[in-house]
Design a protein around this ligand. Sequence first.
Ligand code: AMP
Length: 517
Amino acid sequence: MAVNPFAAAVRRAPADRIAVDTPSGSLSYGELVARSEALAQQLEASSGPVLLYGHKEPALIVGIVSALLLQRPYIPVDPVIPAARMTSILNLAQPGAVVATSPLPSAFLAELRHHRIPVIVLDPLAADLMPVPGHCPVTVDYAPEAPAYILFTSGTTGVPKGVAIPYRALWHFTRWLLALRPLWPGHEVFLNQAPFNFDLSVMDLYGALLTGSTLFCITRDEIASPRVLFARLQGAPLTVWVSTPSFARFCLAERSFAQELLPNLRSFLFCGETLSSVVACALLERFPEAEVWNTYGPTETTVAVTAVRVTEEMAGGEEPLPVGWPAHGMELRICQPGGPLCSLPAGAIGEIVISGPQVALGYLGMDPGGEASGFVRLSENRLAYRTGDLGRIDPPSGLLYWHGRIDRQLKLHGYRLELEEIEAHLRHLPGVSDAAVIPVLREGQPDYLAAFLLIDPPASSELAAAEGIALTAWVRQRLSAVLPSYALPRIVQRIDTPPLTPNGKLDRRALVGTLRT
Ligand code: AMP
């Protein structure tokens, strides 16, 4: 019987090593394995994906490991996700069980009862989980094509898309990642900044679990208070920093963010958005003993498919910085945007199309290779993914450079957003006949969103009367029922006479000029 390498790695780690360190407590590998076995025994009665509801409680990692032991896909759902979005996720993923480490909203709980989905509620440390005496450890024949996890990203229509990642892709990604630089198995401490519903967290979670090392989680509340955050970071034994570049920029504002604060830190791993030369230079200067790595990739191809170590010379000279060389076994082509999958001449800018073992199984409920999905079927039933990213492969070095998007997807402080999705929700508000959302830039990067609304004259009296701050508050409050807070526009403005392009569409560029801040 083939053994699942992820489950095997967690079981192999010395029992007394710290696996997870969070503000609500820590778990050793011994505790993690025993509690995960016990949870797996309880979950065995159900089938299908396991929805994990919580933020960064150690018990959430117990949930993840129990799903690995059972080889059942897990779906991490953070409590900031509004109930309506959770219902969409529920309908698409049809989980067989829910494990909650944070209190479930009553509307969602009612929905789960309605669908007869069993709910297991755990305390933050899952301390009351005791293995049933005499029960054998859970063993399942390893199936590399089985989905390991499902992550939901924003979709242009307003319905989130569930990306299913098989073990084959996760294994390929983690082997490549861990071979990028020498590691000291069992002694590394990985920073976990991203919540587990973002695929950046896969980098630190599996970096730690596969090497029997520690995952050091920082929570949303800690990040909201720099004083609390820096008190926790002070002298923390972190060796590998995994975050978005936005979060590193935020930390750099604090003067104490330097090698003395984190004396063991040896690498920064970035992914998910542009790493600027300014941030890279500042980190290299303040952390003389650490390497800075830029990596690139979408959730649909398992976290990252390229990587490069950013040297001082690179950081001092080039803008944009390269995003790296392809991972072993991955193929990156630069093609005509939306055109055939043949490569453009060397050095040309075009759409980045990715194929190879890290490509996902597709989106839940969508035909992979169908028109609506970005996946394309190649020969032998392999899939490629059209990223919608523009890129260029530098001919002499073979390095990939990222040159923006062909569509309106963007990264706002590290969060992936589809502006069409926000506009679709705005058009559903009573009295709104059309809407446009634009990113407002600061130092060339999206800083916040502004929404412009065309309001029908017989609009609901509440909306018709609202202006300025009141209008913004009215809209944000309603949108927060369907969108997470990072997707809410900071400013909402009414448009009296819509500026139009020559072909009669709303002229978004002209709207920026009308912004009253
Ligand atoms: P996500 O699926 O949330 O990881 O977002 C993937 C998208 O983030 C990619 O398609 C790119 O648009 C962007 N992205 C990822 N890594 C980088 C990078 N190193 N530099 C610039 N953009 C990036």
